[in-house]
Write a protein that binds this ligand. Structure first.
Ligand code: TEU
Ligand code: CA
Length: 560
């Protein structure tokens, strides 16, 4: 299989607002990131994915961009950004930026012009439609509650916004708009960045007629994803972006694609098709959601996770490339979600890290994952800041549709702010994140869960993650080996084999707080030669067909 730096890299995602505040205004900033680059170098990551730092009114914390070629005032200046890039490259780390081009901010000058009149030169940079029977042009629902349309008095038309009202969707049918995006991408690439993470990039091609969604239950607004996810021209647009921009640089690209399945992902990531290199899929992140979506809580079934990950591992192998993640700025903290953030926080965080990092694909670490940061539990809705949370609360509780305590429980479990509380650097006030008042409260467990403690504890999750990253560097089988699930029906053990040339890896993880017996299936031939890593002290062994696993135990053996 063709080698490539982005296949052999480990990526670390920084959510700048919550990473490190250098000037005491309670908001993370670029200078604050520069101060922590040696920490990241020590961890051993190769690439940093920086969530948006562009000018923004922060309706959606930077995912609403008002100037794609300027730095948000709170984060610093373009000089600070250039300094960050130099300091990263000096440490042999690469930088990929967040490309948010399904929508802009309504404060972008394109939209400020577009909404003025129907014949404004920028009108068709966005998606405008007349109302229907005195209502919105269709019944689509915004990801942030309510209609996906907002009315503009001046021109008596509605504009589409799949996210917040302040995030109008850009019209990719317009070649002039596409060219503006490509020019902007080249501007950043010519500054020396090493690629892009592309925000909901599979939403940019809509079904032109923008039809109503079938609505048998008579809901006020309903999804719409079948008409804007993986749309009719998406592969054409991405191939054009590749021809116009990406193919002229040695870059890494990862497309964030809610609603993508393996068959589509094969098309997006097949190098022959010259589109993207990998995608973020969401299927494994929806396994603990009920039929009514993410707020409809449902316990994870391990066999569902096995089935889904196996589908992606085997589906893309030899065709495209997997991205591997369990955390990001939109997801609750995985140690609280699929692990155990009380009695077995350290063991289960290490187990989850082992499970993920031994898979085939490029692993992504989200800030705080490497020190086992956990979900937060705010009792008051006023402590939450995320527009997705606040809009849902308003729609369900304020308008009296659902019980407040039930809604607060689902926010505590699944809310995006679980990932956005400030990084916990040490046990000083506000976890060492800021000398001022943090923009969002710090998790109260910062006194024991923090980077300083982790670095000084050789048995910490941090040092375990350093080992996982090092193993990926020294064992090509981890990057290039195939994947073979074993014990598919076991409801506590997730075990799989990797095969590469004449080597094998056996990865065994216990996703439960129970003591469990592991027995190598008789039809699986494996003889351990060395133990690569484990999260409990266990005896070295040269043969193993049977051993018992402690709660959340993980072991990786290399053999043949
Ligand atoms: O997220 C896309 C997206 O669908 C998320 O909203 C996710 O499905 C949801 O948050 C799960 O609860 C991207 C960005 O990662 C997210 O931060 C932005 O809010 C969104 O796009 C709009 O730019
Ligand atoms: Ca600051």
């Amino acid at each position: 299989m063709k080698q490539a730096w982005w296949k052999e890299s480990v990526v670390y995602q920084i959510y700048p607002r919550s990473f490190n505040d250098s000037n005491g205004d309670g908001i993370g900033d670029i200078q604050g990131i520069i101060e922590k680059l040696d920490y990241l170098k020590n961890l051993g990551v190769d690439v940093i994915w920086l969530s948006p730092v562009y000018k923004s009114p922060n309706d959606d914390n930077g995912y609403d961009i008002s100037d794609y070629q300027a730095i948000m005032d709170e984060f610093g200046t373009i000089k600070d950004w250039e300094n960050l890039l130099d300091e990263m490259h000096n440490r042999d780390m690469k930088l990929i930026m967040d490309l948010v081009v399904n929508h802009s901010s309504d404060e972008h000058h394109w939209f400020q012009e577009s909404k003025k009149s129907k014949d404004n030169p920028y009108r068709d940079y966005y998606i405008w439609r007349p109302g229907k029977d005195g209502k919105e042009p269709n019944n689509w629902e915004s990801a942030f509650s309510g209609s996906a349309w907002a009315y503009n008095e001046a021109t008596d038309e509605y504009y589409l916004h799949l996210f917040s009202k302040k995030q109008p969707d850009l019209n990719w049918e317009n070649p002039k708009l596409r060219q503006e995006i490509y020019d902007m991408m080249k501007w950043w690439l010519d500054k020396g960045i090493d690629g892009f993470r592309m925000d909901v990039i599979n939403f940019i091609s809509k079904v032109p007629s923008l039809p109503d969604v079938p609505n048998p239950e008579g809901k006020k607004y309903v999804g719409g994803g079948e008409y804007y996810m993986n749309g009719p021209r998406i592969h054409e647009f991405l191939n054009e972006m590749n021809q116009e921009v990406l193919s002229h640089y040695d870059v890494m690209t990862v497309g964030e694609m809610p609603g993508v399945d393996v068959e589509e992902a094969k098309k997006y990531t097949d190098p022959e098709r010259e589109e993207l290199q990998m995608v973020f899929q969401f299927e494994h992140m929806d396994l603990d959601s009920g039929p009514n979506g993410k707020w409809d809580l449902k316990p994870l079934k391990l066999t569902d996770l096995k089935e889904n990950i196996t589908k992606w591992q085997t589906g893309l192998y030899g065709v495209g490339w997997n991205s591997l993640y369990l955390n990001n700025h939109d997801q609750p903290r995985i140690v609280s979600r699929f692990g155990n953030d009380e009695e077995y926080r350290v063991e289960s965080a290490k187990m989850l890290g082992t499970f993920l990092h031994m898979l085939q694909g490029t692993p992504y670490i989200y800030q705080g994952e490497e020190i086992g940061m956990t979900n937060v539990q705010f009792d008051s809705i006023d402590d939450y800041k995320d527009i997705e949370i606040l809009n849902m609360y308003k729609e369900k509780v304020v308008e009296g549709i659902e019980d407040r305590d039930k809604v607060m429980e689902s926010i505590n479990v699944k809310g995006r702010d679980n990932a956005r509380t400030p990084f916990q650097w040490n046990d000083s006030k506000h976890g060492g994140f800021t000398d001022g008042e943090p923009w969002i409260k710090v998790n109260s467990n910062y006194t024991t869960v923090n980077a300083e403690q982790a670095i000084n504890d050789k048995n910490s999750i941090f040092h375990y993650y350093r080992q996982l990253i090092q193993l990926r560097k020294s064992h090509p089988i981890i990057v290039y080996g195939d994947y073979q699930l074993i014990l598919p029906d076991h409801d506590k053990i997730y075990a799989y084999l990797r095969n590469y040339e004449d080597e094998k890896l056996l990865v065994v993880t216990n996703f439960s707080d129970q003591y469990v017996k592991f027995e190598l299936p008789r039809d699986v031939s494996f003889e351990a030669k060395e133990k690569l890593i484990s999260n409990y002290d266990i005896p070295e062994t040269d043969t193993l067909t049977l051993f018992s696993l402690q709660p959340y135990e993980a072991r990786v053996y290399k053999g043949e």
